[in-house]
Design a protein around this ligand. Sequence first.
Ligand code: ZN
Length: 141
Amino acid sequence: MQLDDLYRRVIMDHYKNPRNRGTMNEESVTINLNNPTCGDRISLQLQVADGKVTDAKFSGEGCSISMSSASMMTEAVKGRSFDEALSMADRFSSLMKGEAVEFEELEDIEALSGVNKFPARIKCATLAWNALRKGIEHQHE
Ligand code: ZN
């Protein structure tokens, strides 16, 4: 897979030094998702209060794309309202369709834009964001 050098460095940095990796003991929402086509597994934990994601952590294993995306996603959504977090998830879907999208919240996310050229890897990149969506939808039940 050939990605722009700068983008690849950002992705590898999140892969090797993941942000928010771990588990929470406090009461939290846990979402487990798999991407069987690649073997990625993620367990996302969200702490929520007053319509906001107050904290996010993830564990699991998988390829550099899935794990770096989880690192970026958790970093970007902490402290955001559900609406803001869902708007980011929507923008990430657009990014995966090859649309030019900006992430003022965390520019690192834009490093994954090249993944749209590799359809088999899109599910790797969206895994964490799908888990986020599930976690937030769970709050509305
Ligand atoms: Zn993967």
